[in-house]
Design a protein. Structure first.
Length: 224
């Protein structure tokens, strides 16, 4: 699966150059030219975000703080200048690195690749997670409660994986469907309700804990 990158910059020329470069390098690229547009693109669940600090509608620091309420992926700031105080402020807002403009595209690509490798290693190291009486092995795609393995279909496990890896985040049915089935899926968001009903029934057979919580009028979130 191609790594997904979200590029956020209010300069169309820079955005176009970066988009072409990363697409040619084998990435799936999403772009946004404003903070508000970037927030809407978070539904794509990017693996890494390149974010310009100086934007007119919402500055990069504010946007970074908003993103951190939903995603834990690496965020790299793009900036024309940076001083120690600026770096401290940026890192406090949730940034992982700084790229100073003007930048060399190959160096930028190397930085991005390095962060994605580090993130991949971290995910491999944390492929086993514990939630109350439940253990999820993401590498083996196996889930057990009190030692008993629960048989989940591919889509059921995909839903559990999505929710449990983003435990602080609320997902509406449309977003879950898009993440699991993709934009080319031929079902509807009602499919999510049926799958979650089946998942809950399988969990309830072995535990009284409600692992998938309904946020009324919004969607679902993981209650680990």
């Amino acid at each position: 699966m191609k790594p997904k990158i979200l590029l956020v910059d209010d300069e169309p020329g820079i955005l176009s150059i970066m988009k072409n470069y990363f697409e040619m390098s084998g990435y799936q690229v999403f772009t946004a030219c404003s903070g508000q547009e970037a927030l809407k693109k978070l539904s794509s669940l990017p693996d890494l975000i390149l974010l310009d600090i100086n934007m007119p509608d919402m500055d990069g620091l504010t946007l970074c703080r908003n993103i951190r309420e939903h995603l834990i992926c690496p965020i790299l700031f793009l900036t024309a200048r940076v001083e120690t105080a600026d770096k401290i402020t940026g890192f406090s807002a949730g940034a992982d690195d700084y790229i100073v403009k003007p930048f060399d595209l190959d160096e930028l690509g190397a930085r991005v690749a390095a962060h994605l490798r580090r993130e991949h290693r971290h995910q491999e190291q944390s492929s086993l997670r514990f939630f109350h009486q439940m253990v999820i092995d993401y590498g083996k795609r196996e889930l057990s409660i009190q030692g008993a393995v629960i048989s989940l279909s591919k889509k059921e496990f995909d839903i559990v994986e999505l929710l449990s890896l983003h435990a602080r985040q609320v997902f509406d049915r449309e977003r879950i469907y898009e993440a699991v089935w993709g934009l080319e899926g031929d079902g509807s968001s009602n499919t999510i309700m049926e799958h979650i009903r089946k998942i809950r029934a399988k969990f309830a057979a072995l535990s009284s804990h409600s692992y998938i919580e309904t946020v009324w009028g919004v969607g679902y979130k993981w209650n680990g």
